[in-house]
Design a protein. Structure first.
Length: 285
């Protein structure tokens, strides 16, 4: 089985704000995590040890809350060139960019970005802020992603990072997006945990192109959060959120997920088949 971890943070962590970086990884892991961020070969070896074939590397622009600037796009693009078949580059464009639509064009055509991340609670806008809200040019970002056939990963659920505004991350705000952009693939990162799981499940069931992504939920507790996970197997994606708060090891997460009392075919869909539908295999560039 070719497992895809749909939510990994290989980012330029040396650019993080100190109070944000303090939440990443576990005690004593700072140097180790920076080594992975500076060396794709080291991370690919870690993936091999963890039993992961592919990893979706989630990068996003959030200068006020995390410290990341638009330089993350060049970072992840260059990083994934080490093995584009196994490393999937996710970038970010803010709706306040002077030309957000043209910037998406550049990321896709020049940097080979394969998806965009929106983190409402860290970027401080609602995902439907184009609809009579303060960011009408957010519409351009969704339009371009829909046109190019690349998914948008949206953080849903709470964040404990200093300054995060969690009201922006309620999943139901994405109902507008799913209706207005019916051909856009939307990935609900973290499945709305811990407050809005039912909303996330509702959206995944209602809309064909909306997926429930399971990262940052301890695998041993997944069935407490999502008791009908086996019935949702066609719309769910495995993810770890490594090395986010509380996520120590990708391999440990994967082993715990495999131990869940759900049918083997459901695990295959969540670990392998669904991620390949969202991010089809590529021969690289």
């Amino acid at each position: 089985m070719g497992v895809t971890d749909c939510h990994v943070h290989i980012n330029p962590i040396w650019e993080m704000l100190p109070n944000a970086r303090a939440l990443v990884g576990h005690s004593g892991a700072g140097a180790e995590l920076e080594a992975y961020a500076r060396s794709p070969s080291k991370f690919l070896e870690y993936m091999d040890r963890s039993g992961i074939e592919r990893a979706v590397l989630v990068n996003y622009v959030a200068p006020e809350i995390v410290g990341y600037t638009e330089k993350v796009n060049e970072f992840v693009s260059e990083y994934c060139r080490a093995d584009p078949r196994r490393l999937i580059a996710i970038g970010s464009v803010l709706p306040t960019h002077r030309e957000p639509g043209a910037e998406v064009d550049r990321l896709v055509h020049d940097l080979h970005i394969r998806g965009l991340k929106i983190h409402p609670s860290h970027q401080l806008f609602a995902p439907n802020a184009y609809a009579g809200g303060p960011h009408p040019r957010l519409r351009e970002i969704y339009e371009r992603c829909e046109r190019f056939g690349i998914p948008v990963i949206v953080h849903t659920g709470t964040s404990v990072f200093p300054g995060a505004r969690n009201r922006f991350a309620e999943p139901l705000l994405l109902e507008d997006v799913a209706i207005d952009f019916p051909k856009l693939t939307i990935v609900l990162a973290h499945g709305g945990r811990p407050l809005w799981m039912e909303q996330a499940v509702f959206l995944a069931r209602r809309f064909e192109r909306v997926y429930l992504e399971l990262s940052s939920v301890p695998p041993s507790k997944l069935l407490s959060y999502f008791p009908n996970l086996a019935k949702l197997a066609d719309k769910a994606l495995f993810g770890s959120d490594w090395p986010g708060p509380g996520v120590r090891d990708i391999g440990e997460n994967l082993r715990a997920f495999r131990e869940l009392p759900i049918p083997p075919e459901s695990k295959t869909r969540i670990l392998d088949e669904n991620p390949r539908r969202v991010w089809p295999p590529t021969t690289g560039t």
